[in-house]
Design a protein around this ligand. Sequence first.
Ligand code: ATP
Length: 129
Amino acid sequence: MSIKQKSHQRQSLISSFKHAFEGIAVGVLNERNMKIHLCAMCLVILFGIEFKISIIEWCICVILCGMVIGAELVNCAVEAIVDMVMPDIHPNAKVAKDTAAGAVLVCAISALIVGGIIFVPKIFSILLK
Ligand SMILES: Nc1ncnc2c1ncn2[C@@H]1O[C@H](COP(=O)(O)OP(=O)(O)OP(=O)(O)O)[C@@H](O)[C@H]1O
């Protein structure tokens, strides 16, 4: 591979990261639900530090936060595509938007349950001291 090709490949890798970060910024700035997920993530970090959770528990929290925020970004993309290709009311547009929103809800409920399993016993053990 020539130096020019290598440099072009590096440039396109950098620009694809740049576009991905732009996508995250758009999601954070435009989606109310994304702000809620980020607040929940901050709470998880604060609780994790306060309760000195284990490495495994940190890994689980990181996976769950990533799963919810990733799902919300995909939902944001689906909404944008639907609004672009189907500005009028259409049953399939409703199915696309509602199932994408449902996917976020499933992820968020799973994260809430697992978060509860990790943190609720720790909160109770402090309250009952
Ligand atoms: N083109 C459409 N055809 C049929 N139903 C639609 C269409 N666009 C939206 N809807 C329905 O209206 C609901 C709300 O859509 P809207 O675009 O106002 O909010 P949203 O961006 O999907 O929600 P949020 O941003 O709060 O996650 C959708 O979940 C869907 O049920």
